[in-house]
Design a protein around this ligand. Structure first.
Ligand code: PEP
Ligand code: MG
Length: 325
């Protein structure tokens, strides 16, 4: 079966009624990146920069970061790469930068940490800009944004990094597209403000689910409550898709949901056309989407939206999956 999926990956992801879905790669390690992109991913939708940071004994220097990011661009061979700025804290510790907090998921995480340490943030931004070497491959994505002010501050640092490299040092630097992760629920209510500031958003369904449900994504005691198919979560995702369409704001999904067969069917039915997933999901998701019609998925969504529990959603979708084979 695995072989069948792999072969399938060389074919473009198009539903039986002609909807093209872009399948992008979530990455953080370089191993296998090259072959994955070569075998058909539509670029890297999420490059988690904290992973190379976690593998070191100290903060990597600017030149060390340039070296790592360059390899990512090379592996992507001209395709676009969405690089996320450092997303440590919460479930992603850095051994050489211990953070002890009572509520780490509500504490010093992601962009909050970068904005409190501009010296680290600027080094990372400068490294990303230089590694892109004047190509237009780079998009920069900010994690854990919870207010517009964080976007404004980040954009100011990016402007500073750009000025230092291009004006002061005379380098050929292309301004990247800038986006944010949509993973803190309050921004569901501020999408028009977000759209005025950034070029795109990507839904981080892992954290968005955790924060909407108030359920720790890694605590086994409450893991049955951590349910991405909770009807409230699905309604939020549908609303985001519709609002982004109205706002003309490009949106993708890069949480685990975008790599699960049931999740993908639901997301595509809502109109999401850019899904970023782990390498292991690419083949089977391509296989699946080439066998469904957008029209059938729409009918399915109408049924799903009448259900009141995640379990019912799963059962209905599992039945539908059976019919595809
Ligand atoms: C997410 O939160 O959905 C996400 C993609 O980011 P991470 O899993 O790295 O927090
Ligand atoms: Mg996240």
């Amino acid at each position: 079966l695995k072989e069948r999926y792999t072969q399938d990956l060389s074919l473009p992801t198009i539903t039986t009624d002609g909807e093209r879905i872009a399948l992008q790669l979530n990455a953080g390690l370089l191993s296998s990146l090259e072959s994955d992109i070569a075998t058909g991913a539509d670029g890297v939708g999420l490059y988690r920069t904290e992973i190379p940071f976690m593998l070191q004994q100290r903060f990597p220097s600017e030149s060390e970061q340039i070296k790592v990011y360059k390899q990512v661009f090379e592996a992507a061979a001209g395709k676009s790469v969405v690089m996320r700025t450092l997303d440590v804290g919460g479930d992603k510790p850095l051994a050489y930068f211990p953070i002890n907090e009572e509520n780490p998921f509500l504490g010093w995480r992601g962009i909050r940490l970068s904005l409190d340490h501009p010296e680290l943030f600027l080094v990372q931004l400068r490294a990303m800009l230089q590694a892109a070497e004047g190509s237009d491959q780079l998009s920069i994505m900010l994690p854990m944004v919870s207010c517009i002010d964080e976007i404004e501050q980040s954009l100011a640092y990016l402007e500073q990094a750009y000025f230092e490299l291009s004006t002061e040092m005379g380098m050929d630097i292309v301004k990247p597209r800038v986006g944010i992760m949509l993973e803190v629920p309050v921004l569901l209510y501020q999408l028009p403000d977000v759209a005025r500031k950034v070029d795109f958003i990507s839904v981080g369904s892992n954290d968005l689910t955790q924060y909407l449900l108030a359920v720790d994504r890694n605590n086994p005691r409450v893991s049955t409550l951590y349910d991405c198919y909770h009807p409230g979560i699905l309604r939020a995702l549908k609303q985001v898709r519709e609002e982004c369409k109205t706002l003309n704001l490009p949106v993708s999904v890069c949480g685990e949901l975008a790599g699960e067969p049931i999740g993908v069917l639901l997301l595509v039915s809502m109109g999401y056309s850019h899904l970023s997933m782990n390498q292991g999901s690419l083949g089977r998701i391509n296989y699946l989407l080439r066998r469904v019609s957008f029209e059938d998925l729409n009918n399915l969504l109408n049924k799903v939206l009448r259900l009141s529990s995640g379990q019912e959603v799963r059962v209905l979708l599992a039945e539908y999956l059976e019919t595809i084979g």
